[in-house]
Design a protein around this ligand. Structure first.
Ligand SMILES: [Zn+2]
Length: 444
């Protein structure tokens, strides 16, 4: 036993030594004084707050004068705004897949690490990977949890569940043929501990011309969702239309990886979703057909000129019928978001675009849909944590939670664009040195 532990310990030490940028520094005690607090719960901002962080967690949050314990570094929050670190509830971390339709499984950690740096630089301190190359994302997540890489907190489905030839089947998905096959494959996947298991239920796919894509037979899906629940694993489903979303509700899903965007989420549907407590990832920038945001400072700072040029030239943006199709969906998804929100459904900010700064754009579009900045911020923090199922640990600035937070120079509750006015980023109470992150802004 002792030998085993020692060997494991040595392995970790050796492994850590391979990564030069010794990432996770022990959390220091920290006192942020006289800051305006936006705690992520949807509460109105509170001025003149002091926030004490010890051992990586918020231990005291108060408007009363706080004595400065010895050995605590003090940050003057005067004129600044403190909010939880942003959480993207839907990404696919680059570096695990390549080629048309992401059908080729690769492991390119350098691509992944650059992407992680862009997220941290942008104030994103956690995300949920909604489907990837299992081997790749599993290892990245384990490395993050062990403190071997500098990264937002990584949560993942590891591999999504799809029917043969179904949506997501061939981009790292786990293909399930029948119940017996499903149980065998889910058991294997459960060894990799999915944080939230994703299924797909899609019959037409993206683009102006719909295809006829096979679905998991309803009875089979019901049983597999139940099997995940029996193993204490929550589930989310890729859906794009109301009928398939209703079938997923019948199967007992806990979440949706998108709000429906192909048809009208009427009040009936929105009320059903709200009553069931289903959490939906917003993914409005998934249908973004505009590239103007790519010139904004945060994008220039974190995404290479080459990548930004490639995005501009992509089918999504080049004025093709695909671009037109995306634009045509925008009014519907904006209306659906508002209907769902007003019915009391829980919306979690998610982009499905895997670009570090994009959550800020998603928040902006959420607000353009008629949602207040304070509610949008909750979607990008506490609700996104709830989507993943980690709301007891992260997502809001409340005593006992992990100190993932952003100090901003301007008030995001008066203008949501101010979430980009980042002064400092902290993960678990550890200050992230943004000037040292591997992003274009730091390459001179
Ligand atoms: Zn996705």
């Amino acid at each position: 036993m002792t030998t085993q532990i020692t060997r494991h310990f040595l392995f970790v030490l050796t492994f850590s030594a391979l990564f030069v940028a010794a990432p996770q520094i022990a959390a220091q005690s920290l006192l942020i004084q006289n800051v305006t607090l936006i705690d992520g719960t949807g509460a109105a901002p509170v001025e003149g707050v002091s926030v004490l962080v010890e051992e990586g967690r918020f231990v005291k949050i108060s408007q009363d004068e706080m004595r400065t314990p010895s050995g605590v570094s003090v940050v003057d929050g005067t004129g600044k705004f403190l909010m939880p670190g942003i959480i993207d509830s839907h990404i696919h971390l680059p570096g695990g897949r390549a080629g048309p339709g992401n059908r080729q499984m690769v492991i390119d950690r350098s691509v992944g690490l650059k992407s992680l740096a862009a997220y941290l630089y942008s104030g994103v301190t956690a995300f949920y990977d909604s489907g990837n190359n299992a081997e790749y994302i599993y290892q990245m997540r384990e490395d993050e949890r062990a403190g071997r890489i500098l990264s937002p907190r990584i949560y993942a489905t590891v591999s999504l569940i799809a029917p043969p030839d179904g949506h997501g089947c061939c981009a790292g998905g786990t293909v399930v043929n029948d119940y017996e096959d499903g149980v065998k494959k889910l058991d294997a996947l459960f060894k990799m501990k999915p944080d939230l298991l994703k299924f797909t239920r899609e019959r037409r796919g993206m683009g102006p011309v719909g295809r006829n894509i096979p679905l998991l037979e309803q009875g089979l899906m019901n049983k597999l969702v139940a099997y995940a629940h029996a193993n204490d694993i929550r589930t989310t489903v890729h859906v794009s239309e109301v009928a398939l979303a209703r079938e997923s509700i019948e199967a007992g899903t806990d979440a949706f990886a998108h709000t429906v965007y192909l048809d009208d989420a009427n009040k009936d549907f929105a009320t059903l979703v709200a009553d069931k407590g289903i959490i939906l990832s917003t993914t409005m920038t998934r249908i973004e057909a505009d590239t103007s945001f790519l010139d904004e400072p945060l994008y220039v700072a974190t995404i290479s000129e080459e990548t930004r040029a490639a995005i501009r030239a992509s089918e999504r943006f080049n004025g093709s019928p695909y671009t037109g199709w995306l634009s045509s969906l925008r009014p519907a998804i904006m209306k659906n978001i508002k209907t769902l929100h007003e019915a009391g459904a829980i919306l979690a900010m998610g982009t499905d675009r895997s670009l570090g700064p994009l959550p800020h754009q998603e928040l902006k579009v959420i607000v353009e849909s008629g949602i207040t900045p304070v509610d949008a911020i909750r979607m990008g923090t506490l609700n996104a944590a709830a989507y993943i199922g980690v709301e007891d640990e992260i997502g809001s600035i409340e005593e006992g939670k992990l100190a993932d937070m952003l100090l901003l120079n301007a008030d995001p509750t008066v203008d949501i664009n101010n979430t980009t006015e980042i002064h400092s980023v902290y993960k678990g109470g550890v200050w992230i040195d943004r000037a040292a992150l591997d992003v274009p802004a730091n390459q001179h």
